[in-house]
Design a protein around this ligand. Structure first.
Ligand SMILES: *Cc1c(COP(=O)(O)O)cnc(C)c1O
Length: 426
């Protein structure tokens, strides 16, 4: 008789899975030493001069990034969070403007508008790909809507054709958060290049990384200039540069250092290889799990390449016969831990529940009409998201460059073992 590990049996997996976040090789080490030898760890200067655009390695990364992704302008940042803020600034978000965002994402993709007094308005997600659903976006548009921040969550691009169409009908700016989707594609084009402005992350957890870092991309020259100004003390530069539009040009220091740029440059060369391994691993899992009723492997829409930053499975408690969390606990005891549900819908955060973002007086929420504000962040605003979080979704990050077939097998064996013995959990 087989015994589940949660009931004291032998676990399927006795050793930890490899660290998914170590993507560093000899090339990166060599590149870092090369920068060290130059003695220049940042080439930026916050005034109007050639150094306004950053050092040699930063500029080389940006050029390479534009070439790889087929976009005109790449503006590096010290994080994707900085990139999202700069994108909101460049788009001209103004106090009281509404920005439609996803509740099911890393927090910065929803909070970035707040820095400019923008009001995040949560729409709901598509139950198959977990990105903002076009219908839900339509429902949330008001006269005050100025922009949409779309997230290619887990690495599957959003329904961008339809979303761009909605945006053009309503004169909205679209910012695409592709932090999890480097190398993903939609109808032949790279994720991140599908909207007016796209944001990538080079944070340690992402598909390629430099510890911290980000890159913002656009084909629009005006946005590119504004991104560069916001990145690097715009207010000190506008006069000499001859920039007349001062809206949102109080600058920050969002600049990337030369070391990070050198590492990111090497990582970009490896993106294709990293991605192929992720996709192969994911396909292997999906093939092996396809027989299990009640567990659905990731859906990939037509003409999409998924980057599998996260491999997200759907769980049907009515078919399996136990709830997801019970299942995940049993799986974890087998040595295979999964995230049960990704993030709590973001409107649950105290920030939104208490409507306190900037300063003591409730800014920018105090700009919203009282009746509207009372409903804006109501519990269950986004029912599909709530269901994914509470009951339906579980995630693994094992589709990464450091895992092999035997790791995949353990994952599959763990799930199969629990399914075989599901009655023991009832
Ligand atoms: C990681 C992540 C970010 C933030 O990236 P940082 O570079 O850490 O600031 C933003 N959005 C999404 C969807 C992310 O996954």
């Amino acid at each position: 008789m087989e015994e589940l590990a949660i009931n004291g049996g032998e676990p399927v997996r006795k050793t930890p899975f490899p660290n998914p976040y170590d993507t560093i090789g000899d090339e990166e080490k060599k590149a870092v030493l090369e920068v060290m030898d130059t003695g220049v760890l940042s080439g930026f200067l916050g005034s109007w001069s050639p150094k306004f655009y950053g050092g040699e390695y930063v500029q080389r990364l940006e050029k390479e990034w534009s070439d790889y992704f087929g976009i005109k302008y790449s503006v590096s940042m010290n994080s994707a969070t900085s990139g999202l803020i700069a994108a909101c600034g460049a788009a001209g978000i103004s106090p009281g403007d509404e920005v439609i965002v996803s509740p099911y994402t890393m927090t910065a993709s929803a909070t970035a508008p707040l820095i400019y007094g923008g009001i995040p308005v949560f729409a709901d997600i598509d139950p198959d790909i977990f990105c903002l659903s076009p219908d839900s976006i339509r429902d949330k548009i008001t006269k005050k809507t100025k922009a949409i921040i779309v997230v290619d969550i887990f690495g599957h691009p959003a329904d961008m054709d339809e979303i761009m169409e909605i945006a053009s009908e309503n004169d909205l700016v679209v910012i695409e958060d592709a932090a999890q989707a480097a190398g993903a594609k939609y109808k032949g084009k790279y994720a991140g290049t599908l909207a007016d402005i796209g944001v990538f992350s080079l944070n340690v957890h992402k598909i390629i990384q430099s510890g911290e870092g980000g890159v913002v991309v656009t084909d629009n020259e005006n946005y590119a200039e504004r991104l560069q100004l916001i990145r690097n003390h715009g207010e000190a530069v506008v006069e000499a540069k001859g920039v007349n539009n001062l809206v949102n040009l109080v600058g920050f220091n969002f600049r990337m250092g030369e070391l990070e740029a050198a590492v990111a440059f090497e990582q970009l060369k490896k993106l294709d290889v990293f991605l192929k391994h992720r996709i192969d691993s994911a396909n292997y899992l999906s093939g092996a799990l396809s027989e299990i009723e009640g567990i659905t492997s990731p859906i990939i829409k037509n003409k999409v390449r998924h980057s599998f930053y996260v491999y997200a499975l759907k769980f049907d408690e009515n078919i399996i016969g136990v709830n997801r969390n019970t299942f995940i606990d049993a799986l974890s005891a087998e040595g295979i831990s999964c995230n049960n549900g990704y993030v709590r819908p973001l409107y649950y955060q105290p920030l939104f529940q208490q409507k306190k973002a900037i300063g003591n007086y409730g800014y920018p929420f105090n700009l919203v009409e009282k009746n509207r504000l009372d409903n804006l962040y109501a519990i269950n605003t986004s029912p599909v998201t709530e269901n994914m979080y509470n009951k339906c979704l579980f995630l693994t990050d094992i589709c990464n460059r450091n895992t092999n077939l035997s790791d995949m097998s353990d994952f599959i064996n763990g799930i199969n073992k629990i399914i075989r013995n599901i009655d023991l959990l009832k």
